[in-house]
Design a protein around this ligand. Structure first.
Ligand code: AMP
Length: 614
């Protein structure tokens, strides 16, 4: 039996997994605890093993240098970009190994990991949850990304899925997923804006819903704007106040103090979504810090307003791109934990002139929508079609460092366009093409996606060769490039390795490593259960040996020897040796145990009537 395709919301703060059952999407919970949200937090233990989820999240302050949070912000980026954008990461950012891709690497407690590998750990944990629901782990998934993710970030997300052993059948935009979760029955036909403010990213999409077709008209946003920025603003204020009142210097440069301030800032922020005032306490004994303050909702709003206000421009731009005005919208849907903040809801009402809808849990709505998309692919959900768009303009570098636009933003996907190239110099036998993504005029201000060489080209006088290059964006928003020499009609495949992506070889290496690890993990859990079994059996046999009539002579000697062997094997780490010793012990003690059982049963039966026993 194949397992259902699952829908995964791989979030900055939390991740979730869902699937469609009986025509409706549902969330798969953690089978051990019933939790529906998995914190996207990874802790590297001293022995190099990793833990994912609530425990690492709870302990992230004390484990600051060995814990990775908000890794989604680092996806698809090079080391320089990461260092520039996240100057305060509590772990080292390494340059790539020579000859490998250009993706950033993180050294977390001596373990070197790329952001896709860290995300893969979160995905693997969610896969584990699905085993309890389906009998075996899911192997295929739809994974959501912010609509505003560029090609490199999408590729990195897909790589994470592959490293986690998942066939990523679709990369889906989060706001589009949210509108699918609301579905026709909730929002009806009309034009809907989806306002998605999560932990790390802001997305705004405008969709037209007509006759079961969900058509994205425009999308805009900011991949570096979210609840984390509110936490950072509040934490900075807390640290400044704490420094002023306690006279302690350099609080800001102590990573543990900073992490504690962020943690408390976030907790206070969430409390202030329902309360109007709260208390915040910063306690880091090592730094001799133990300080508290009151914080009102009003103060929080003053600190967060600059962050929340940054969502206004993308909303207006998306409306302009869709050639709509706010009054044309039939509904605004709220997505992302940060939209629980009353200030955010007021801003949304001001921008769009109507109250944002939040009838579905903003934490779950994206995963539910991803599950619906999985259901559409599997044919379990019918009558719904999705037409998504590319979020950013794709282009190539032209003469003079200008960006020549090839596919403008908000073009419906899948889409493709062909451009004709030729040579500038006589006898030139190759052409370099630099693919860019972004809205700026100059190439250097846009994101470099890939560079590749078209070769060999027939050596002809300048301007004679005619090479047709086709840029195609698939339904995942991922770019493919192919080229054809129009004179020879020779088709050329071009491998487009994103500038900040992982190479195929690296991905394979990581997949293999995770298989090796999986074997190691299975091996150690089998060994642990073998030890438990040994402990139980040894105790039972030892108890029986204490009875004088249990066994005597050679039989007793053999049983005692087998008990000793089993105990020694349980102290070692050879699982097969332990299994062998257990079999030996069972065999040696079997007859004596049987005789003992008969005696006990006989004694119990004596003097009792048959009816009583039945
Ligand atoms: P998401 O990326 O959608 O999981 O959103 C996570 C963000 O929502 C984090 O910045 C959280 O601090 C924030 N958040 C969660 N619950 C609340 C709440 N009750 N009030 C304000 N912000 C919240």
């Amino acid at each position: 039996m194949t397992t259902p395709i699952v829908g995964i919301d791989l979030g900055t703060t939390f991740s979730l997994v869902g699937y469609v059952e009986g025509g409706a999407p549902r969330i798969v919970p953690d089978p051990r605890t019933g939790d529906r949200l998995l914190p996207s937090v990874v802790h590297v233990r001293e022995d190099g093993s990793v833990a994912v989820g609530w425990e690492p999240r709870r302990r992230r302050v004390v484990n600051v240098g060995s814990t990775v949070v908000s890794v989604k912000r680092l996806m698809g980026k090079g080391p320089d970009e990461v260092r520039r954008e996240e100057p305060r990461l509590p772990y080292e950012v390494l340059d790539p190994v020579l000859g490998a891709g250009r993706v950033a690497r993180l050294r977390v407690r001596g373990k070197v990991l790329t952001p896709p590998e860290v995300s893969a750990m979160v995905l693997r944990e969610l896969r584990g949850w699905t085993a309890a629901a389906f009998g075996e782990e899911a192997t295929r998934a739809v994974i959501t990304v912010p609509a505003y993710f560029n090609d490199a970030q999408r590729q990195a997300t897909r790589d994470a899925g592959r490293i986690a052993g998942l066939d990523v059948v679709r990369i889906l935009n989060e706001p589009t997923a949210a509108s699918l979760a609301y579905g026709l029955d909730r929002i009806g036909e009309g034009t809907v804006a989806v306002y998605d403010l999560g932990g790390g990213t802001f997305d705004l999409s405008i969709l037209r819903v007509r006759k079961g077709v969900f058509e994205v008209l425009a999308t805009n946003g900011d991949t570096r704007l979210g609840g984390d920025d509110v936490d950072a603003a509040v934490a900075a204020w807390l640290l400044a106040e704490a420094a002023r009142e306690t006279g302690l210097a350099d609080l800001e440069s102590d990573p543990e103090v900073r992490e504690a301030a962020l943690f408390e800032a976030e907790a206070a922020k969430c409390r202030l979504s329902v309360e109007t005032a709260t208390r915040v306490r910063l306690s880091v004994p090592r730094a001799r810090l133990d300080w508290g303050t009151a914080l009102s909702r009003e103060q929080l709003e003053a600190l967060s307003a600059p962050v929340v206000d940054r969502t206004v421009r993308p909303c207006r731009q998306a409306l302009r791109d869709a050639r709509l005005e706010a009054k044309d919208l039939s509904a605004v849907v709220l997505v992302g934990g940060q939209t629980r903040m009353p200030l955010v809801r007021r801003r949304v009402a001001e921008i769009f002139g109507c109250v944002g809808r939040c009838d579905l849990d903003p934490d779950e709505v994206v995963a539910l929508g991803a599950a619906v998309q999985a259901g559409i692919i599997e044919g379990k959900v019918r009558g719904v079609t999705l037409l998504d768009v590319i979020p950013l303009t794709l282009g190539i570098e032209a003469m003079g460092g200008l960006m020549s636009k090839v596919l403008p933003r908000n073009t419906t996907i899948p889409c493709s366009v062909s451009e004709m190239y030729t040579t500038a110099v006589d006898g030139q036998n190759s052409v370099e093409i630099h693919v860019l993504q972004g809205e700026r005029e100059m190439s250097r201000d846009n994101r470099s996606l890939a560079r590749f060489q078209l070769k060999p080209i027939e050596a002809l006088p300048a301007g004679l060769p005619r090479i047709e290059v086709t840029f195609a964006v698939d339904e995942n928003g991922l770019l493919r490039v192919s080229a054809k020499d129009c004179r020879t009609l020779r088709q050329q495949g071009i491998e487009v390795v994103p500038t900040y992506g992982l190479t195929e070889t690296e991905i394979h290496g990581m997949i293999e490593e995770s298989y090796d690890r999986a074997e190691e993990d299975v091996e150690s859990s089998l060994l642990a259960s073998g030890r438990v079994e040994a402990d139980l059996l040894v105790r039972r046999v030892r108890k029986a040996l204490a009875e004088p009539d249990f066994a005597s002579g050679d039989e007793r000697v053999a049983i005692e020897a087998a008990v000793g062997d089993a105990e020694a094997a349980a102290r070692g780490s050879d699982r097969l040796a332990l299994l062998g010793a257990l079999h030996q012990l069972e065999a040696a003690a079997q007859e004596a145990m049987q005789r003992r059982a008969d005696r006990v049963l006989g004694a119990a039966l004596r003097d009792r009537r048959i009816e009583e026993l039945l």
